[in-house]
Design a protein around this ligand. Sequence first.
Ligand SMILES: NC(=O)c1ccc[n+]([C@@H]2O[C@H](COP(=O)([O-])OP(=O)(O)OC[C@H]3O[C@@H](n4cnc5c(N)ncnc54)[C@H](OP(=O)(O)O)[C@@H]3O)[C@@H](O)[C@H]2O)c1
Length: 330
Amino acid sequence: MYSADEKRYEKMKYSRCGRSGLMLPQVSLGLWHNFGTGGNFDNMQAMCYTAFDNGITHFDLANNYGPVPGAAEENFGRIMEKGMKAYRDEMVIATKAGYDMWPGPYGNRGSKKYLVASLDQSLRRMGLDYVDIYYHHRPDPETPLEETVNALDGIVRSGKALYVGISNYNKEQTAAAKKLFRKLGTPFIINQRSYSILNRAIEEDGLKDYAAAHGIGIITFSPLAQGLLTDRYLNGIPEDSRIRTDGRFLKENAITEDTLTMIRTLREIAAGRDQTLAQMALSWILRDGDITSVLIGASRPSQILDNIGIVNAGPFTKEERNAIETAVGR
Ligand SMILES: NC(=O)c1ccc[n+]([C@@H]2O[C@H](COP(=O)([O-])OP(=O)(O)OC[C@H]3O[C@@H](n4cnc5c(N)ncnc54)[C@H](OP(=O)(O)O)[C@@H]3O)[C@@H](O)[C@H]2O)c1
């Protein structure tokens, strides 16, 4: 039987999510990759235990994570059942709906019909009574935003989610949603967006500043650019890397000589800070306090241990910030 490390809360720092009462760990674990059908269940379980033993209380899922869609929630449900459910009240579990999930017109996008049914399915797969955060996974221009917002509000009132979030919404879409949620009094607390040294979209569309000014939490996915911002690809493409094991999103053509040169330069800057490149990439996201949590993925427990090494990282000097910008051609 799993028994969590008693010192787990000494190993992590927690940040308030927007202006809500909910604290999130500075590092959260996502189950997008490596939790699918045919994956190694013992490794999945070891990753969740390692995360929780180190104060990572927040686990991020979605209806479609797999492959096959639904598999990550099922595997997580097994992990809960086998050892973690005793800690349910110490965990923040999130899931989402918004992408293609089941055939026909009701298994995709942003209708109330889809969002309500999908959460019921997710809860069944995970063996849970409620999730802590339920997200609309992506904006849907074909469904009135009022309907999506009303559906999320009703879901909170039904007790099946405690808080709601949106994902992949830009600044304008976030502002529009916030206005509607506010009218209803919905606990809308977070937007989940991609952000890394290599992807500045939330700076460029103004969301990062807007969210900080308006008390909305931001959790950033793919902070390591799916593994590019690590040592993973410095000496070729390993057989056990994401590109080889599940190249649906990170593809071999991402590894160019220019990219490798940039990664080596970033790695030298990290070494000057006594950090691994992965650690520096994560610390950089948290550098000015605007981001609530970095949402990492992992393929093994050792990566999680490396990544939580950021918890006591020092601030960036002006020179280090500038050197990073120069390395990525900014
Ligand atoms: N809302 C959305 O639309 C959306 C979209 C994408 C992701 N997400 C969420 O964000 C989470 C994280 O995304 P992501 O997996 O792309 O994040 P990521 O942290 O950028 O990439 C994770 C990958 O980086 C490698 N890695 C991690 N730590 C490492 C270390 N210390 N040293 C060397 N390599 C390391 C591993 O690759 P290898 O497998 O090669 O070892 C790992 O699978 C997802 O699980 C999901 O919950 C949300």
